[in-house]
Design a protein around this ligand. Structure first.
Ligand code: GLA
Length: 423
């Protein structure tokens, strides 16, 4: 395949286009000025209950499990909260510091209340909530709908109201509710905790760790803000692809306030190359997935930091339309190159991934017609490099490295010469 003609910003675009399109006299030169993409600011509607405003765009934060497993304690997590700020993660949009399994003492207290492990968290969870809140961050915590958490700590079955009230009293902002050791009904258990959280009056984001799409009962209801569509991710390329393919199927169910969750990010945990982590992050962004980092923020490399904080990639994830992008090329779950597209806010705008799952570099072409865009001129911006690629007629071709991506924003001129702003 051959690269289609494209024009760099430096070239007098109006002049060139007058040779390609009729009637272009007087049409302004396209604006292709690269600037940093601002994060979207959604103003919660005062007429909508606080619960419904909690996840208007996919939640962003950090969780302890993928890197630390059960080795969590107060010192480590405080250092992570510090690093959220000093590394630029907070400025990039990450808000939640989420404590996963194993934060509890092995037994409830005499009054039946959950308690933090006194060795791991001697200051208690409320003090830790105060610590993260003072930094402008939010605190997430983990419970389980069954009789025991996956790590063997007390489950919340039969204690839903008591546990929700405890979380509210500690000023927790986010609950991940897991699925181990169940004795009750799956739907009822998640609904019970959802109601208990709402009844506290504190806005607590409800992340349902359901290990698979929970079912149509979550659609159109306000039971939770995100639900796990898959079993656990692992820090390797084949597993990441399995999770990606599984989550793609449920795209139509995502939207502002309720997101498909293909599990937390493995970016920076060491089992994939930086290029593969860039692909992993790209695919989570085009799927409008919650971006919950899972690496050790205290010691990440500059390359990993650049991936996790890439402003124009994050802006695609956080696009206010809240549409989950999907694979638009025919192949699925294969080792072939594939094209993914996500409709963005703005007129005729798409985020597009040219994704090469194979072991060899390949030229890939996306046509505007594949994207449902009018034929003719469209502006193309490279979202990783934060540069404009230029104006292209009808299609765009790029060489994509093995296990790599080319991630672009395409804005069609709808028959006219387009202008582009960063995603
Ligand atoms: C389950 C969840 C994981 C993690 C562990 C903790 O496996 O799916 O995300 O929370 O439990 O034990």
């Amino acid at each position: 395949m051959k690269i289609q003609p494209g024009f760099k910003v430096a070239i007098p675009i109006t002049f060139i286009f007058c040779g390609l399109a009729s009637g272009c006299k007087g049409v302004p030169t396209p604006t292709l000025t690269p600037t940093l993409a601002p994060l979207p600011t959604l103003t919660p509607s005062p007429t909508v209950p606080a619960w419904d405003n909690l996840a208007l765009t996919p939640p962003m934060g950090w969780n302890s499990f993928n890197h630390f497993g059960c080795n969590v304690d107060e010192t480590v997590i405080q250092e992570i909260a510090d690093s959220m700020v000093s590394s630029g993660m907070q400025a990039a949009g990450y808000r939640y510091v989420n404590l996963d399994d194993c934060w509890m003492a092995p037994k409830r207290d005499a009054g039946g209340s959950l308690q933090a492990d006194p060795k791991k968290f001697p200051s208690g969870i409320k003090a830790f909530a105060d610590y993260v809140h003072a930094k402008g961050l939010k605190l997430g915590i983990y419970l389980d709908r069954g009789t025991k958490t996956c790590g063997g700590y007390p489950g919340s079955y039969g204690h839903e109201i008591q546990d929700a009230n405890l979380l509210a009293s500690w000023e927790v902002d986010f609950l991940k509710y897991d699925n181990c050791s169940p004795v009750g009904n799956f739907v009822t258990d998640y609904q019970k905790m959802s109601s208990a959280l709402k009844a506290t009056g504190r806005p607590i984001l409800f992340s349902m760790c359901t290990w698979g799409f929970p079912g149509y009962w979550v659609i159109g209801s306000d039971v939770g803000h995100m639900w796990r569509t898959t079993s656990d991710i692992q820090d390797n390329w084949p597993r990441m692809l399995i999770i990606l393919d599984a989550n793609n199927v449920y795209a139509s169910f995502a939207g502002p306030g309720h997101w498909n969750d293909p599990d937390m990010l493995e970016v920076g945990n060491g089992g994939m190359s930086d290029l593969e982590y860039q692909s992993h992050f790209t695919m989570w962004a085009i799927m409008a997935a919650p971006l919950i980092a899972g690496n050790d923020l205290r010691s990440m490399s500059q390359a990993i930091r650049d991936i996790l904080t890439a402003p124009e990639v994050i802006a695609v994830d956080q696009d206010v339309l809240g549409i989950q992008g999907t694979r638009i090329s025919a192949t699925a779950a294969s080792d072939k190159p594939e094209i993914w597209s996500k409709t963005l806010s703005g007129v005729n705008a798409r985020a597009v991934v040219l994704f090469n799952r194979s072991e060899a570099a390949v030229d890939m072409t996306v046509s505007w017609s594949d994207l449902g865009l009018p034929s003719g001129a469209a502006a193309v911006r490279d979202l990783w490099n934060r540069t404009d690629r230029g104006i292209f007629q009808d299609r765009f071709t790029a060489n994509v490295p093995p296990h790599g991506v080319v991630f672009i924003k395409v804005v069609s001129g709808g028959g006219n010469i387009p202008s582009i702003t960063p995603a």
